[in-house]
Design a protein around this ligand. Sequence first.
Ligand SMILES: [Zn+2]
Length: 448
Amino acid sequence: VSEAARTYWCELAWLGVAAAVADVQVDVRDGRIVEVRPGVAPAPGAQRRRGLTLPGFANAHSHAFHRALRGRTHGGAGTFWTWRDAMYEVAEQLNPDSYYALARATYGEMVLAGYTTVGEFHYVHHSGDGTLYEEPNAMGDALVSAAADAGLRLTLLDVCYLHGGIGAELGPASRRFSDGTVAAWAARAGARRAAPHVRLGAAIHSVRACTPDEISEVVRVVDPAAPLHAHVSEQPAENDDCLAAYGRTPTAVLRDAGALGEAFTAVHATHLSDEDVHHLGNSRSTVCLCPTTERDLADGIGPAGRLATAGVSLVVGSDSQAMVDGLEEARAVELDQRLATGRRGTFSSADLMTALVGAGHRSLGWEDAGGIAVGQRADLVTVALDSVRLAGTEPAAALDAVVFAGTAADVTDVTIDGVDVVVDGRHRSIDVAADLTSAIDALTGARR
Ligand SMILES: [Zn+2]
């Protein structure tokens, strides 16, 4: 059987409806799904997938280098702002080689968890002293190579980051995040080369890092069809500063600059007014929730139910890499609403899966990924149902069981664009744990 044409037979598969479907044959050619047939016996030579097979997961918001902070910042007290100082210390150590090594291992962890695309919110694009590398996109190129070597698709969201806060100068650590002006940012980011596994998008770091005029300028110079992401209202202090300086909320600043719309994703959107929710919904914008990070940093619980009712499409991201587990992010969207509202069932398992797969891929500019359907990219993520966590699951309840109790450790096989990248729980080309250890030790100076 050639790599170009192959057949998978899935014991159970999620085809986008309320429950999983049994005995599904998926024919793949040249990385695309060409036929999906439920209720058939396995064809000779078909690759059998036991358990529940899902479309590829999209990690719509990632800072790959934050993986080096795992376990170093979560215990004890501190605030978002003290966490940020620890993050700056790691950022200062990065160069294209160390960034490549850390990102490749981190992306390997994502693939093992079932992610098939990552949206990298990329702001460490200058050298440590704030100047351009000889190759101006050397740091972005490191991410592009890292994703290719991990077998992961990448949407590179090159971030415009010009100030250290509203009315504040850049600090020594954040100097390397800045191009100085919107025009210089657009010139550098625009010089980037595309690749088959890469989509290019843009990002406004936040209203803390760009003024309203600069945000308007970003909106004028970017491709209006390409993904545009921004951090929005993660912390109450951002809203307070923005209201004091501009008399408007961060969402209103972005709306007035023309940023909202179908290509726009607001990341976090934790502290929103009713008017903010209305504007995001009216403009058909997307909101990326990052629940495992938001709880770690005590950000708060975003108004997911109100956003969905207003017409906002919800997606999820691993953000600070406090955890890399798409199933945990997805279920937290519903479970956090239960805690916040005292009611269950704001989101069904199918709604949560949609956020993790199809909607997530759309927010990253991959309209042709995130579904097991003819014409889609051949991404297949299989979750075992015989692990200690999921043993005893009834086939009819497989989707609920996986969404509410499955973990990244239950993902056994991951196919991306028709290539089997994870087989029997192992990444086929990377020893992910060993590579994470060496990359993180090199950055943090840890000795063992
Ligand atoms: Zn972020």
